[in-house]
Design a protein. Sequence first.
Length: 255
Amino acid sequence: MKFPHYLINAIFYMDNSLNPPKIYLIPTVLAPDTQLLTLSPQVVEVILKLKKFYVEDLRTARRFISSLNLGIDISSLHFFELNKKTSEGSVAHEMRGEKSDVGIMSEAGCPGVADPGAVAVKIGHKMGWKIVPIVGPNSMLLALMASGFSGQSYAFNGYLPIEKDKRVAEIKRLEDLALTKRQTQLFMETPFRNNQVMKSLIEHCSPNTNLCVATDITAETEFIKTKTIAEWRLEVPDLHKRPTIFLIGDIRNNS
């Protein structure tokens, strides 16, 4: 159901004005069985006290909570699915009726960052709710930390175009930005298309361009390497179905 903007704006400031709920931004794991290594104790503390969660994927959220072994009866919890298909009006309508604190969970990593959970956060701000981010793993930040590229100026560009010609054009644009502005460019792809992206990078970027490939971050199979395109051409990794962040950068930024 789609709600008109005037109705959304009208309900933003209704209810909860005296004692607004909190929205907890709850990070989840990037790789299976890494809870103890990558999550703060606050994640457990918050999940134990909440009864309602806004989640990107219902099965993933239930499985994640169960994996923490907290003795929670999952059937006693309430979930609202908030993904890229969920309209802002539906989220606003759902939030209007909230009287208690809620949590937001992404499918992986930190909610609100390249994630539809940002919609609920935006509405929460307009409704005067308190937004509480919790420390947790974020693949973009971890990849940037490990790349050797500049963290002073960087941009996350999300997904590249699927069509080959448009993808190549975008790669060339990002390469130019990285080299002329000395701005690290981060992007990603659906894991089953990673190898096609890697092929486009090594075929169309300059041999001297620096590329970092950060794969399976936080997992036992984690692979993070920064090389020139010429060096990558000598040994191309198999990235099929492995979550990966690609970064084009200029190592001279750190000199």
